[in-house]
Design a protein around this ligand. Structure first.
Ligand code: C5P
Length: 285
């Protein structure tokens, strides 16, 4: 079958702060987080086909579940929302460049990009509000990444508020070792602490006050993860030792993100911490 091919960038994210408020009766946790999409991205390509299928290629392809992960869940969910009057077959290809199970939201970004792309390819015209509801049913990080811009999230991740954030430069250090998200939250349940109100941090992000922002980065999942994965704490220290403005674990980890003053500073930090590389956020439109 021939037809339109749509290619979409699926951007990774950094959690500039992540505050865990409480464990809920449904097992999820109420959160507050500033989610910043960054330049690092997967490439999601969709084309009309008889059936729904996901193929993963690229650097990190071997670490993605064989069933295509969250992208297939997202495709199935939007096919259902579109209804039988619309086509609901597509060949989805993901060029996987974002490290997997790293706290950078790669699988969720692929799911969000798949929702946008299939909504367009199939001509479903699912409105933005409904698309966010579908995103939330796919995974807690998907609504934030569907927004395609910096957002403040609340609830389990389904409440999304756009935040104006000027461009910032970061250095990220992923690890081969993976941390499962449910494990990180279960460790927080044992010894977890809730961080401070993030109003001043959000204001610093909005006004590009780099020093204030760097000094106030935090993640309530960081201490429980560091207790089991000391390389996360060591890497944060390594970034601070070479004068990063601040450093914090992203999401449920183990990726560490360090804030830089400008591109040259970021390149110096990346040269000093092996395995790290420079990203910027939010990505150019
Ligand atoms: O929503 P998602 O499938 O990404 O969540 C994976 C797991 O992470 C959940 O099953 C839950 O254990 C944990 N989680 C949580 N609170 C959140 C988000 C995720 O406890 N807000």
């Amino acid at each position: 079958m021939t037809g339109r091919i749509l290619a979409t960038r699926a951007h990774a994210k950094i959690n500039v702060f992540l505050r865990v408020l409480s464990r809920r009766d449904d097992g999820f946790h109420d959160l507050e987080s500033l989610v910043l999409p960054v330049s690092l991205h997967d490439l999601v390509t969709v084309r009309a086909d008889e059936d729904l299928s996901v193929q993963v290629i690229g650097e990190h392809a071997s670490k993605v579940p064989r069933d295509g992960g969250l992208a297939l869940t997202a495709a199935t969910a939007i096919a259902e929302a579109c209804g039988r009057d619309h086509p609901h077959g597509a060949a989805i290809q993901i060029d996987k460049r974002i490290p997997v199970t790293a706290g950078m939201g790669g699988g969720s970004a692929d799911a969000a990009a798949t929702l946008h792309a299939l909504n367009d390819l199939w001509g479903c015209a699912v409105p933005a509000g409904s698309l966010t509801e579908i995103a939330a049913s796919v995974g807690s990080d998907v609504p934030a990444l569907l927004a395609g811009r910096p957002v403040l999230i609340r609830g389990r991740g389904e409440h999304v508020l756009p935040v104006h954030m000027p461009s910032s430069v970061w250095v990220v250090r992923p690890f081969d070792q993976q941390v499962r998200t449910p494990d990180a939250f279960a460790w927080w349940d044992v010894e977890g602490v809730t961080g401070p109100d993030a109003g001043a941090l959000v204001a610093a992000a909005e006004t590009a006050h780099v020093d204030l922002l760097g000094a106030s980065l935090f993640n309530d999942l960081q201490a429980p993860v560091c207790a089991r994965h000391p390389q996360v704490a060591e890497t944060i220290e390594a970034f601070l030792d070479v004068d990063a403005v601040g450093a914090v674990m992203s999401g449920s980890g183990p990726t560490v993100a360090a804030l830089a003053r400008h591109l040259l500073h970021a390149e110096r930090l990346a040269a000093a911490v092996p395995g790290s590389f420079v990203v910027s956020g939010p990505p150019a439109p």
